[in-house]
Design a protein around this ligand. Structure first.
Ligand code: IPM
Ligand code: MN
Length: 374
């Protein structure tokens, strides 16, 4: 079996970590008698600075012909923050309709967690982040006095009257951003979370802020209640996002599958990464089960470490394991995770973030070697 996999190594440390991921995935492929054919795409800061193009419709169409993309990182200090992130990363997630952002939070054996008295059996859950809606849809505006946005101003005034406030809705300049939850959009991701819980420990924890943002997240809750009816054996509860950050720290063992709207999912998964040992160990999968999925570490491009062969490639390698699992090679995926665990447990070849002094490529080579031995 041969799999063609587009690779976008991207910016900053992207190329270094992706090279190690490829090394390990190839070792796993050799062992399990399949092959990988990488198709390189130069997308990111370099391409943008040279051509002014972020990602073309043609490239997006081409990418949509594959089942899985391997992505390093996008973002560069030479480009205004948000341009590449929105113009490349979010564009791919949206265009390819990768509506699930799956982020395992699992403390592997041998990894130090900042949570006192917590062990690998306490920290093992999955965050299912909605990935195409919410405050990420990019609809918002800055409005200047006298121009448009009358509806916003009327609502603001009604709110002032209702609460006896005196906030000047006719201020010189305002900005606002719209969050959207659609029935289909949240239904599909919530269903995915319940299906996953069925295969795990039968518990879904939903995240929202329905006490304040009651229109969108009240609706989210309603849809969840509806979906839950189809899964009588799965328990569920609702959590406000502020509270769940507290419980992640105090009682991570409560969680099995956590389902969250896009923005809250973004925030809580950085916290999740920390409790599982740091950003260097946190993989992510942007999934479209019927289409093209994309696998990446959840950390960014860390430009200050670029070219120094220093950063931890394990998140990217682990994301590569998720990619192989997605392509239908679960045994190869399992070997990679076992090799990561064994290396961490034995504690020999580690990068600086885990208290070691090995290089990015030494860690990649060691994992590839262990894959062959396991
Ligand atoms: C992530 C990142 C992105 C996000 C940024 C870079 C657009 O933080 O993958 O978590 O907010 O989704
Ligand atoms: Mn993030």
């Amino acid at each position: 079996m041969n799999y063609k996999v587009p690779v976008i190594s991207g910016d900053g440390i992207g190329p270094e970590i992706i090279a190690e991921g490829q090394k390990v995935l190839e070792a796993a492929a050799d062992k399990h008698n399949f092959s990988l054919e990488w198709i390189d795409y130069s997308i990111g800061a370099e391409h943008y600075l040279k051509t002014g193009e972020l990602i073309s419709e043609e490239t997006l169409k081409e990418l949509s012909g594959y089942r899985a993309i391997y992505l390093g990182a996008i973002g560069d200090p030479r480009v205004k923050p948000g341009v590449l992130e929105k113009g490349v990363l979010l564009t791919m997630r949206f265009y390819l309709d990768q509506y699930i952002n799956l982020r395992p939070v699992k403390l592997l054996e041998g990894v130090w967690t900042p949570l006192k008295d917590k062990t690998p059996k306490d920290i093992d859950f999955v965050v299912v982040r909605e990935n195409t809606e919410d405050f990420y849809i990019g609809i918002g505006s800055r409005a200047q006095k006298g121009k448009s946005h009358a509806d916003f101003q009327i609502r603001r005034n009604l709110y002032n009257i209702k609460f006896g406030l005196d906030i000047d809705s006719d201020s010189e300049e305002i900005a606002y951003q719209i969050g959207e939850v659609s029935r289909e959009g949240c239904q599909r991701v919530i269903k995915y979370a319940f299906d996953l819980a069925r295969k795990r420990h039968q518990k879904v924890s939903s995240v929202d802020k329905a006490n304040v943002l009651s229109d969108i997240y009240g609706f989210w809750r309603e849809v969840l209640l509806d979906v839950a009816k189809g899964y009588p054996e799965v328990k569920y509860d609702f959590n406000f996002v502020d509270a769940i950050t507290m419980w992640f720290v105090k009682n991570p063992e409560w969680f099995d599958v956590v389902v969250a709207p896009n923005m809250f999912g973004d925030i809580i998964t950085d916290l999740g990464a920390m409790i599982q040992g740091g950003l260097g160990l946190a993989p992510g999968a942007n999934l479209n089960p019927e289409g093209t999925s994309m696998f990446e570490p959840i950390h960014g491009s860390a430009p200050k470490y670029k070219g120094r062969n220093m950063v931890n490639p394990l998140a990217t390698i682990w994301a590569g394991a998720l990619l192989l699992e997605h392509l239908g090679q679960p045994a190869a995926a399992e070997d990679i995770v076992s090799a990561i665990e064994r290396n961490l447990f034995e504690g020999r070849i580690k990068t600086y973030d885990l208290g070691g002094s090995s290089t990015t490529s030494e860690v990649g080579s060691e994992i590839a070697r262990l894959v062959g031995l396991i």
